[in-house]
Structure formats: structure tokens, C-alpha cells
Design a binder for this molecule. Structure first.
Ligand code: AMP
Ligand code: MG
Length: 409
């Protein structure tokens, strides 16, 4: 028993994340309309083209369709017109004939297009400068963008403007997507009150993690359900979590081992099964994760703003990705330190930093000198987290570090 319990403590970041990810899978797919409300939704089925695009050989220019490879001698006789949406209905022009074409219009079979700048028209006679065109010049051939039955988007692709454009050009107006996870957010602490609360005293602290997490959850595709902050009371914590209709409950604060850190003990009464107790992480060591008997998952974040938000980036973001069927891979970028850094301790350290690009094309990371985990102002100025693995030596300015870019507007 002792061994089992202690194995959930002080877990390396990767192992903690793997344990959390093992506990989530996407819900049953739902059909949605592929309009702007689909932004950020994740495909649960591949999108296949139902026809070729373009569906016909189309002109790339305004000009004249002429039989490809033919000769034009003194000029060609104009026999018709093909405009976008109003294709030429006659048989393809023969040698000596031409059809007026416009951009996006169907090009008669076997024809190339000569741009109008090279043409002089008199009545129904058109003369051209230069040599006759090679086969299919200025023609966008049928299927040149994509072919019927081609898989255009795989399952697991998040929808953005360009992917929606691709699905629309393939003729799709609806698709199956994974449901958004519902995430209840519960701030805890005797001292915590909502910003704007009347008569807040100097002994009280405004809830800043609650609004930050609601926003991050929205950005990451979840449906945030903000609950009213509760005091350090087992009964209040229990009641709030019991009433939360959610797939995941995120608690803030009360995560550590102090006398007033009551979230885990309170939820133990509900039958919480822990799979992560503490993490070898700085800041964010007290972060924990577990499952309630009714299947709801619970992520416990520490109350200090930087601790909670670092843990959210490292764990909540991949969790919400996996919940929606997206690969929760954790791509890090690289940057050069603007200033030297001290050696790290026994925990993996994620430091708030600001990136800037340099004239030589490299990216510089300026790590903020004060990394205290209570500082909201430092987090608000940061646009990246620099990762320092546990037990790494001091680094000189100019050395390369791994960075996680934060999505800032
Ligand atoms: P705790 O994790 O409950 O020990 O809280 C650690 C620190 O974070 C304390 O100074 C709290 O006042 C602060 N804190 C806890 N919850 C929040 C919150 N929701 N927003 C801002 N600060 C908080
Ligand atoms: Mg507290």
C-alpha cells in the first residue's frame, strides 16, 4: 500500500502527463454544420472529395481558346464565348477557329488559352502576336486542385478557416466532429473572492486563475463552466464538485499538504481515485489528477497563479486535445538565451520568458529575473515558457534552450 501510494508522488512531468492522458478518450461524435461555429472543432471522420476540383478544365486568364498545337496564320474566326458559370455550348473549335474565354470559364476540349493582351480583334476575326501556344497553356486542368475520392482532411484535424475552405470546396456542408469536453472550474480558498466583489477587504485576494482558466479552456476547445469560488471547507468543496455537470472538474488551490489544503481529502469522501499525486515540477509541484466513481476526471491545480497556469499549459492543454481526438503531442521550439541562467534544482523548471526575433534569424529568449510563482504581472508579460530539465548546469547567454510558445494575442 505504501509503495503504491508513494509511486504517485514526485512523478516526472512526462510520466504525470502520460498517466493523465491514459484516463481520457474522445466522446461519441456529433454532426455539425461546417460554418464559422465549426472553428476549432475536430473532425471525427475524414473529409473526402465528392468530385474533381476544378470540375472542368478552366481558364486561368481572360483571352481566347485556340486548338492546342494548331497554327493560326493570318488569324482565327471567333465562333462563341465561354464565361464563368455560362460555358460555351458548341463543339470544340476546329483549326482556324477560336472561342472567347474568361477567367474561371470552361475551356473547350483540346484547347489552350492565349491571353487577350496578345490578341487584336476585328469583327469576328482575331489575330495573335507571337507563336501559337503549347498544349493547355493557361488552363487549370480538371482535378488539378484535388481529385474525386481523395482524402482532403484526416480525422483528428482541427477546423480552421483554410480547412473549412477545403471542406466547402469539396462540397461538404456538414461533418462528424468530436464533442467539446465540459470543464467545471472551482476556485477554492478562504481568501478568494470574485473580482468586483463588493466590500473586498485587504485580507482577500481576487480570483485571477478562474477567469484565466475559463479563457484557456475556451481557446483549447473546451466548454468552461465557472463555479462560484468556495471557502476552505470540505462540505463546500464537496457540494460544489457534486453538483458540477462536467467531464472534467478543475480545482484551483488547496492542493498541497497544509492544514487548509482540503480538496483531495474532501474528494476522497466521494471515492476519488488518484493517478497523480505530486509532480517533479517547478512551479506546480502539488498538481494532482484523479477519477471519481461516476467517471468525472478531476485535475487539481495549485493556487499560485504561475503554478496553476504552467500546470494548465503542461497538462490541461494536452488533456483537452486528447479529449477531442487531437494528437496531444507537445511540440517545443528552440531559442537562444538572452542572458545567462543558473543551474536547475531537482525539479523540471518552466520559466516565464519573452521571445524576440533577431536580425540573424535566431530567436532570443529573455527569462524574467523574478520567477516567483505568485506573480501575475510576470505571467501577463510572458509569451513563452523556457524548459529547464531537472539537474541541468548553468547556461551562458547565447546557449540554446527549449521553449513552449504561449498563445498570446
Ligand atoms: P493554495 O494553493 O490554496 O495554497 O494557494 C496558494 C496561493 O495562491 C495563495 O497565496 C492564494 O491566495 C493564491 N490563490 C489561490 N487561489 C487563487 C486564485 N483562484 N486566484 C488567485 N490567487 C489564488
Ligand atoms: Mg488556499
Amino acid at each position: 500500500m505504501h509503495l503504491l501510494t508513494s509511486s504517485l508522488k514526485d512523478l516526472p512531468v512526462e510520466e504525470a502527463r502520460a498517466r493523465m492522458l491514459a484516463a481520457v478518450r474522445p466522446g461519441a461524435p456529433e454532426q455539425i454544420v461546417l460554418d464559422r461555429h465549426a472553428l476549432g472543432r475536430v473532425l471525427a471522420e475524414p473529409i473526402q472529395a465528392v468530385r474533381d476540383q476544378p470540375p472542368f478544365d478552366a481558364s486561368a486568364m481572360d483571352g481566347y481558346a485556340v486548338p492546342a498545337g494548331g497554327r493560326w496564320g493570318e488569324g482565327l474566326r471567333l465562333v462563341g464565348e465561354s464565361a464563368a458559370g455560362r460555358p460555351y455550348a458548341g463543339p470544340p473549335p476546329l483549326a482556324g477557329e477560336t472561342v472567347r474565354v474568361f477567367t474561371g470559364a470552361r475551356v473547350p476540349d483540346g484547347c489552350a488559352v492565349v491571353i487577350q493582351e496578345r490578341a487584336t480583334r476585328e469583327g469576328d476575326q482575331v489575330r495573335f502576336d507571337g507563336a501559337a501556344p503549347s498544349f493547355k497553356a493557361h488552363v487549370r486542368v480538371r482535378g488539378g486542385d484535388f481529385r474525386r475520392n481523395e482524402v482532403l482532411l484526416p480525422a483528428g484535424a482541427p477546423l480552421d478557416a483554410w480547412r473549412l475552405a477545403l471542406a466547402a470546396s469539396a462540397g461538404r456542408s456538414e461533418a462528424l466532429v468530436f464533442p467539446r469536453p465540459r470543464v467545471a472550474i472551482l476556485s477554492t480558498g478562504e481568501e478568494i473572492v470574485r473580482a468586483g466583489a463588493a466590500n473586498a477587504t485587504d485580507a482577500q485576494i481576487f480570483d485571477s486563475n478562474g477567469p484565466a482558466l475559463s479563457t484557456l479552456i475556451t481557446q483549447w476547445g473546451g466548454l468552461p463552466i465557472p463555479l462560484d469560488p468556495v471557502r476552505d471547507s470540505r462540505d463546500m468543496i464537496l457540494a460544489a464538485v457534486q453538483g458540477a455537470e462536467a467531464d472534467l472538474v478543475v480545482t484551483i488551490g488547496g492542493a498541497s499538504v497544509g492544514d487548509y489544503d482540503l480538496v483531495k481529502p474532501a474528494l476522497a469522501q466521494l471515492g476519488l481515485r488518484l493517478s497523480v499525486e505530486t509532480i517533479r515540477l517547478r512551479p506546480g509541484k502539488p498538481t494532482w489528477f484523479g477519477t471519481l466513481p461516476d467517471g468525472r476526471r478531476v485535475l487539481g491545480l495549485p493556487g499560485n497563479p504561475a503554478s496553476g497556469l504552467v500546470a494548465a499549459e503542461l497538462f490541461l492543454r494536452p488533456l483537452l486535445a486528447a479529449w477531442q481526438g487531437v494528437d496531444p503531442a507537445f511540440p517545443l521550439e528552440h531559442a537562444r538565451l538572452a542572458e545567462p541562467l543558473e543551474a536547475t534544482g531537482p525539479r523540471e523548471h518552466w520559466m516565464r520568458a519573452r521571445l524576440s526575433s533577431r536580425p540573424d534569424g535566431s530567436v532570443a529568449a529573455k527569462v524574467f529575473p523574478d520567477q516567483d510563482s505568485s506573480l501575475v504581472s510576470v505571467f501577463a508579460a510572458a509569451d513563452a515558457l523556457v524548459r529547464r530539465p531537472a539537474g541541468t548546469p548553468a547556461l551562458a547567454a547565447g546557449e540554446v534552450v527549449e521553449v513552449l510558445r504561449l498563445k498570446r494575442l
